[in-house]
Design a protein around this ligand. Structure first.
Ligand code: SF4
Length: 224
């Protein structure tokens, strides 16, 4: 197969985005939140945990802790138990309480809206900062590269890398900047509903004519 030029890949990416946006017009961040602070907490809790589980836990959590000052003053042992079911609860409790203290001390209790400032908070790496900036503030600073984006972008041939930083760089080159956040949400929806890890449903996929991996999986071969 001839190597795809950058221009051709960009064109294919635009067609993929258009079709996926038609399929998932409601694609959005699945973490329930009403403010940048709630999103920050939910994002930290979502590491190695499903969004559904995080949403169950934050329902009660956000009733009790309403501000950064509330979180900064939380009793660590109690807080650990309150978030226990999301896994890695000791680390997460330390990061959330630590981040809240930084917000109170350095940011007037508010979540900052720049990448550099967000990266100074414990528990916040580039992926989480992209979620917060894109979803809470509408700022396209990068593409969120989570497990779904890694898998789907790879299958679609939009990147040949495995490292999230390199994948993000490839996607930032291919996707127009004003679409970075929407693109991430759309790909995550597609990864959850169609291009799943174990059994991608290529027959029902709206971009199977644009995907180099279409119908190449073991369950397709078994049907031949
Ligand atoms: S054609 Fe198959 S592998 Fe490609 S994006 Fe669609 S579901 Fe995923």
């Amino acid at each position: 197969m001839p190597r795809e030029s950058k221009a051709a890949r960009r064109e294919r990416t635009a067609a993929i985005i258009e079709k996926l946006q038609q399929r998932y017009p409601d694609a959005h961040c699945a973490l329930v939140h009403r403010s940048p602070l709630e999103l920050l907490v939910a994002v930290i809790l979502s590491a190695q945990c499903t969004d559904e589980r995080v949403n169950i836990v934050t329902k009660d959590l956000f009733r009790k802790y309403k501000t950064a000052a509330d979180l900064a003053a939380a009793d660590p042992r109690t807080f650990e138990q309150e978030i226990r079911s999301t896994g890695f609860y000791r680390n997460k409790a330390r990061n959330i309480i630590g981040a809240a203290r930084r917000l109170v001390d350095d940011f007037d209790g508010k979540v900052p809206a720049t990448m550099d400032e967000l990266l100074t908070l414990p528990g916040i790496a580039r992926k989480s900062a992209n979620v917060i900036l894109g979803t809470a503030y509408g700022l396209n600073e990068g593409v969120v590269v989570d497990t779904h984006v890694i898998r789907v972008a790879g299958r679609l041939g939009l990147t040949s890398h495995k490292d999230p930083v390199k994948i993000e760089r490839d996607l930032m080159e291919l996707v127009p900047r004003d679409l970075w956040t929407d693109f991430s949400h759309t790909i995550v929806f597609h990864g959850r509903r169609c291009c799943t890890a174990r059994k991608p449903d290529c027959a029902a996929c709206p971009v199977n004519d644009l995907c180099p991996s279409a119908f190449t999986f073991p369950h397709h071969r078994r049907q031949e």
